[in-house]
Ligand binder design. Structure first.
Ligand SMILES: *Cc1c(COP(=O)(O)O)cnc(C)c1O
Length: 219
């Protein structure tokens, strides 16, 4: 199936409240243009360098989401244009995003990445680290970032019950936080292999790559 057909098929299954981030990492520009021509405007990348190159050469009404782990020394390259940073998992990173956003007089929207998976390799905060960040006095002084929600990745497993449990856990953290902070409106969870479960568990933003663009060679 073509990229356009894949997109149509996925979109037809998504509830209206769910935003689709087309994860285009490692894919060449013509693939993104095909998705763009089919109406897709939100793209997700996991390498800043690659996202910058694509931003430079593709239409300017694309919203670029940084979904990968962010190195602090590279934030400056995306600060001018990035629309949402999904993978914020430290206060130092948040401070750097704030500092770079200020240079462009922007407020950069961010998601805090929570560690919900079993695997030790996945990045993210635990609940006490999350609260430490948002309760800190310094946090309230950051005027050029805005936390708009949470992001998380479930364990890569065939065990649906486990995936469901991890998404449920993230959802409940999100709900508790949203109770205190009305600005929150994004719960980013779900990828090609598990987005249906994520949506059932309350996701309103899914990050889908291979089901749209086909398998990747490198990660
Ligand atoms: C690559 C990636 C995705 C998309 O993965 P697919 O399985 O290809 O849909 C989603 N989220 C993050 C953080 C990723 O790195």
């Amino acid at each position: 199936m073509s990229i356009e057909q894949n997109l149509k098929k996925i979109k037809s299954t998504l509830p209206e409240v769910v935003t689709l981030v087309a994860v285009s990492k490692t894919k060449p520009n013509p693939d993104l243009i095909e998705a763009y021509n089919a109406g897709q405007r939100i793209f997700g990348e996991n390498k800043i360098q690659e996202m910058v190159e694509k931003w430079v050469s593709l239409p300017k009404d694309i919203e670029w989401h940084m979904i990968g782990h962010v190195q602090r020394n590279k934030v400056k390259y995306m600060a001018e244009f990035v629309s949402l940073v999904h993978g914020v998992d430290s206060f130092r990173l948040l401070k750097e995003i704030d500092k770079q956003a200020k240079k462009y007089d922007r407020v950069i929207r961010c998601l805090l990445q929570m560690h919900i998976a079993e695997e030790a390799t996945k990045f993210g905060l635990n609940e006490s680290e999350l609260h430490e960040i948002i309760k800190s006095e310094e946090f309230s002084t950051l005027k050029n970032i805005k936390i708009v929600g949470l992001m998380g990745m479930a364990t890569f497993t065939e065990d649906h019950i486990q995936v469901q449990r991890e998404f449920k856990q993230l959802k409940s953290i999100y709900i508790a936080l949203k109770d205190k902070n009305k600005d929150l409106n994004v719960l980013s969870m779900g990828m090609s292999g598990d987005y249906q479960i994520a949506i059932e568990e309350g996701s309103n933003m899914v990050r889908i790559g291979s089901s749209i663009f086909g398998a990747r060679n490198r990660h």
